[in-house]
Design a binder for this molecule. Sequence first.
Ligand SMILES: Cc1cc2nc3c(=O)[nH]c(=O)nc-3n(C[C@H](O)[C@H](O)[C@H](O)COP(=O)(O)O)c2cc1C
Length: 301
Amino acid sequence: MKTFIPKELDARQRSQFLLGAIGPRPIAFVSTLDKEGRPNLAPYSFFNIFSSTPPVLIFSANSRLREGKPKDTLQNVRETGELVINMITFAMARQMTLAGLDYEHGINEFVKAGFSPLASQQVKPFRVKESLAQFECRLLEIKTLGEQPGAANLVIAEVIVMHFDERIIDSDHKIDPYQLDLIGRLGNYYYTRVQGDCIFEIVQPRSSQALGMDGLPESIRTSRILSGQELAILAGQTQWPGKEEVEAYMKEEAVAGFLIALPVKQAARSEAIHRKIRALLKKETPAEALKLIAACGLTEA
Ligand SMILES: Cc1cc2nc3c(=O)[nH]c(=O)nc-3n(C[C@H](O)[C@H](O)[C@H](O)COP(=O)(O)O)c2cc1C
């Protein structure tokens, strides 16, 4: 491991390390109006949701590393108290970067980057029509974390209206990440697209009664074949199968065949069992993997 003390790095290096390692970050496309009513649009990836009741979004408009002039977004939000946060999809990515350039105050990034302004319902700033998820917000508070270049100004905003394109809402009334097709920010000029293999599901045990790693027999927990990820699937199960269930399982032809064919030597036997467990986990049948462990008499440490 290489270890660094942030204070000992120069500002640029510190920022490179932090922004490179902490990601992907969602990107808020923040639409505001200045006090003369001129539109402004800019991307902010120091951004997230922090509460759903009330619905609160926070992003940070940091003081510029070169000169301390506040970003237009910050100044506008401070003056008007209203903003719209639009999520950025893959189809919007290139144009979004045009809106992220440092234009003079008063320049309309909707025009510069070619996005379509759409009237909001409860606030004056426009929504971005091309965005599939748009949040009309009111400012709750601005929290400034220092005066030095790079210091954060946390813009804490409450969502008062949300708009979702019909295409991103599935039949269960949930947001479908494949349809939303968001991008995220990584370090340097890297981005990620939330699509394809980038999306996977981990169905968590609903109960807090999961076996846990410490609930697995030691010979399994210390397996040289099963990975931490695989052990976690077993540990996420809520209970061991009952005696009768295991007995019935052992009588199944394929299982009985497997048990009889197990090598006598401990190391080889153990390897065969662990490989079989892995195969069952690959088939997404963890409950059967527990039955196998029990059938092999391994439930005791
Ligand atoms: C993808 C992306 C993410 C960004 N995230 C941030 C951020 O979180 N905080 C920040 O201060 N600047 C961020 N920037 C830079 C601002 O967008 C840039 O300084 C912009 O000119 C600010 O515009 P404004 O002055 O109209 O608010 C980001 C730029 C890009 C392209």
